[in-house]
Design a protein around this ligand. Structure first.
Ligand code: BGC
Length: 437
């Protein structure tokens, strides 16, 4: 795969007001105690991969590890909750209490560098990039921009998800005379929604018992309006969060609420995908971990389900990458290093990503081992504009991500564009590094 251009600004790590703000948050918790190292053949891996597709893919990673490093016991520490909404607070408590898992799931960008590296919870793994030739096989821009601080690299990517995908139930659309081409405008999307509404079908499946899922629908819609250049402008402060274009995206997002399944707040993201499979809703805008659910349920590409870029976002790829980091003072350092080496191996990348829906982060895998969706996503990654996700912790500090989630929660109820926009303007002001030129 050729490397595409990543529109991302690295978190400023020195004297950054936002990090000072983050640091003051961390000052409220105890400094980490030294963890006890042990030579037990064991490794504790922390993640939030518990949905059907996620668990199957994680299992594939474990299988490869067990094959490569026989005899090491894997402690699978998971905390359920899509997007890591429940796992991250648990992890934070463990890290600040000096009880780290050996290795944990993290998005690159602000999440890795701001929440884990800056407070000193991670050990660099730069040497693995040299010993295992990863400096040649992983996309340099991602490694340098999203995972490196002071020339030290802090994570290895297991895979790269595309966040801006609109999934659909093929048969349900056919039944309702709706055809989807290889891209979709907002007008086409709403025309389809109206047809479905007239037939009594909630067009858009949302499972936002974790509000991030609705925030993701907004994130995708925002990109559809502002485009990749606007995205960079927003996260660098060149465009303001109350810009007319942002407000336009908010209005479209409000309009979408008219077509959402009424039980959305009772469902998780994967339950919404299951509602789509069962024909109870027609579309769902969700990152391609949804593909993992289709695969797990043995749904057939094109016949049973299809996909297109979220309206207006054709030509852009929202990166939601999954990395793993090494704990400073990891209780089982040797086994943890082996775990990270294993994740970075071709064998693991091929086995894991085929089931997870993401594409391998390594650029030298055998493409022929992947299905149609993966081929499509690999092509998109190669030729499209790459932007970092805010909802999944990459593009902005955690506090801004939280402000976005809170804004979405309020907006779904009051649909007040000015309130939503002003809340984001305030949040961006409080964390000015998201708007440094
Ligand atoms: C992660 C994915 C995961 C999804 C839903 C995202 O933040 O990057 O790996 O499948 O959340 O849980």
């Amino acid at each position: 795969m050729r490397q595409a251009t990543l529109l991302f600004r690295q978190p400023p790590m020195r004297n950054s007001p936002s990090l000072i703000a983050l640091a003051s948050l961390f000052a409220m918790v105890q400094p980490p105690l030294a963890a006890h190292a042990s030579s037990e053949p064991k490794v504790e891996v922390f993640s939030w991969w518990t949905s059907g597709g996620e668990a199957a893919a994680l299992d594939a990673l474990f299988n490869v590890y067990e094959k490569q490093y026989a005899g090491v016991e894997i402690v699978n520490a998971t905390v359920a909750g899509g997007g890591g909404s429940a796992a991250r607070p648990v992890l934070q408590t463990r890290l600040s209490g000096g009880n780290p898992p050996d290795s944990w799931q993290t998005h690159p960008g602000w999440e890795l560098l701001g929440q884990y590296v800056e407070p000193g919870y991670c050990e660099p793994i730069t040497d693995l990039y040299k010993s295992d030739g990863w400096d040649k096989s992983f996309p340099k821009e991602l490694v340098v921009n999203l995972m490196t601080k002071d020339r030290k690299i802090y994570a290895v990517l297991a895979g790269i998800h595309r966040g801006n995908v609109l999934w659909y139930n093929t048969k349900l659309l056919q039944k309702n005379g709706i055809k989807v081409d290889n891209k979709m405008s907002f007008e086409e999307f709403f025309a389809a929604c109206d047809k479905l509404k007239a037939a009594g079908i909630p067009a858009l499946g949302v499972g936002d018992s974790g509000i991030w899922a609705s925030a993701q629908l907004f994130e995708n819609t925002l990109l559809g309006v502002v485009g990749p250049k606007g995205w960079t402008d927003l996260f660098s402060g060149t465009m303001q969060w109350d810009d007319p274009k942002v407000k336009e995206a908010m209005k479209l997002f409000a309009k979408m609420q008219d077509y959402v399944n009424p039980d959305h707040s009772a469902l998780s993201w994967d339950q919404a995908i299951h509602a789509l499979m069962e024909g109870r809703v027609a579309f769902s805008s969700m990152g391609d971990w949804a593909d993992g659910e289709f695969l797990k349920a043995s749904m057939k590409e094109k016949d049973d389900f299809g996909w297109v870029s979220h309206p207006g976002t054709d030509g852009s790829f929202i990166i939601v990458a999954d990395g793993f980091a090494l704990a400073k003072g990891a209780p089982h350092k040797e086994a943890a290093l082996a775990w990270l080496k294993s994740i970075g191996s071709k064998e693991a990348q091929e086995a894991f990503n085929r089931l997870k829906g993401s594409i391998p982060a390594r650029t030298d895998v055998d493409r022929s081992k992947f299905d149609g969706y993966h081929q499509w996503s690999m092509d998109s990654f190669t030729k499209d504009k790459l932007v970092a996700s805010c909802v999944h912790g990459e593009a902005a500090p955690a506090a801004f991500e939280q402000a976005l989630n809170d804004g979405v929660t309020a907006f779904i109820v009051d649909k007040n564009v000015d309130n939503f926009a002003n809340a984001l303007v305030r949040a961006a002001r409080e964390f000015p590094s998201t708007k440094q030129p």
